[in-house]
Design a protein around this ligand. Structure first.
Ligand code: FEO
Length: 401
């Protein structure tokens, strides 16, 4: 009989014991999560019991109820730590206090971090090396190191016989599960894709080369199911999410299209950004997204920079410098290694316009960026004479799409 804290069986002898958090408004103290987030944890029960990662403190009580209910009278024999970040490791010390004999499986860096976070290293531990296999609870488990996807100690655990990849943060997404534990049970494009992209771009986006290196190690590995630490489990159409990761991690645009982000103080720069969007639509550019950067969190703009082939930034001058909000947006793009895009710039300033020059300098310093069209500089507002320049910019952007 199931009850409110029942675990969900996802494969023979493997249960999901995760939980959703819809109360937190910010993830990692940095990213808004209006759709919530899930924290997944998994339990193997067979010839012994093995927990794969714990959870965030926000869902700890539900995690414990599920774990205890799934274990029944049994004790915990093993705990594998694929990722030490506290959104998955918040219950590690409590697990060790509850079952002091538990054998913890991790790599050298895992235990270094455990020392730093919790000031202890478990007595019973197995320090694995990259590619090592162990028999745990009657299952052959292989440990595939995936450093910097998203932290240096990250590893994937591959269940050889069941063809299941426990993928840590990889293939995760913002957004609570809303009852659909498996991606094929949800309309992923509608419900999750934007948040999966925003999660990837802002959490792992900087580490594309590391994602590629981890994928290389999985070449030829038969994967039937992907179990991430956030978001739904993949058991069908794995090529879909692998394809998205292939594009994102090599900084290739997912769609030909334009993200326009602007800051405006009195509406004049906003009017030009909006007009440009209309002109692009008139030129059959199908995908155009416009963001007021003063109202939209930079993580959404960074996500659209990963999505689209072209970026247009329009911003005012402020204190003889770039408007601080746009400055933060460009900083985020640069940190998350946005690259290989077409870019165009519109600046504004009422006596000494500086913003266009600064934006151009900073965008052109990013890798493989191609300037599209001529930079447009407004003196407070678009003059009648400049309408043709804006139309020419739209022509050039449309031609580059
Ligand atoms: Fe979900 Fe990097 O932790």
């Amino acid at each position: 009989m199931t009850h409110i804290d029942s675990a969900v069986t996802i494969a023979d002898g493997i249960q999901w014991i995760g939980a959703d958090d819809r109360t937190a408004s910010i993830f990692e103290g940095a990213f808004p999560i209006p759709e919530g987030v899930s924290y997944n944890s998994y339990l193997i029960t067979g010839e012994g019991t093995c927990l794969l990662d714990t959870c965030d403190s926000s869902v700890a009580s539900r995690f414990w109820r599920k774990l205890r209910s799934a274990l029944g009278d049994r004790k915990l024999d093993y705990m594998i730590i694929d990722h030490m970040e506290p959104d998955h490791g918040a219950c590690i010390s409590q697990v060790l206090e509850t079952w002091p004999d538990v054998t913890v499986i991790g790599n050298e860096k895992t235990f270094d971090m455990m020392q730093n976070f919790y000031h202890m290293v478990p007595e019973n531990r197995i320090v694995v090396t990259d590619g090592q296999e162990l028999e745990v609870c009657g299952k052959r488990l292989r440990f595939v190191f995936a450093p910097m996807v998203h932290w240096p100690e990250v590893m994937f655990t591959y269940d050889v016989d069941d063809r299941i990849l426990f993928s840590a943060d990889a293939f995760g997404t913002f957004g609570a599960l809303s009852g659909a534990l498996f991606a094929d049970e949800a309309d992923f494009d509608r419900v999750y894709l934007d948040e999966a992209r925003r999660y990837y771009a802002n959490i792992v986006g900087k580490y594309g080369a590391n994602v590629q290196r981890a994928f290389k190690k999985l070449e030829g590995v038969d994967i039937g199911m992907i179990c991430p630490l956030h978001g739904p489990i993949w058991r069908e159409d794995l090529g879909y999410i692998l394809g998205k990761y292939g594009l994102w991690s090599t900084y290739q645009p997912e769609e030909r299209g334009v993200v326009i982000a602007y800051t405006s103080m009195y509406g004049n720069t906003a009017a030009v950004a909006d007009r440009l969007a209309i002109l692009l639509k008139e030129r059959d550019v199908a995908n155009v997204a416009v963001h007021d950067a003063t109202r939209v969190h930079p993580s959404y703009i960074v996500a659209d920079a990963f999505r689209f082939s072209n970026i247009v930034l329009a911003a005012t001058t402020y204190n003889n410098n770039l408007h601080p909000t746009m400055s933060a947006v460009i900083e985020d793009m640069s940190i998350m290694a946005v690259q290989n895009r077409g870019y165009s710039v519109i600046g504004n300033g009422s006596w000494v316009p500086q913003s266009a020059r600064i934006m151009e300098e900073r965008l052109s310093a990013m890798k493989d960026m191609t300037k599209v069209g001529e930079t447009l500089v407004l003196k407070s507002s678009l003059s009648d004479e400049q309408v043709a320049e804006l139309e020419k910019l739209a022509d050039d952007i449309a031609a580059s799409i």
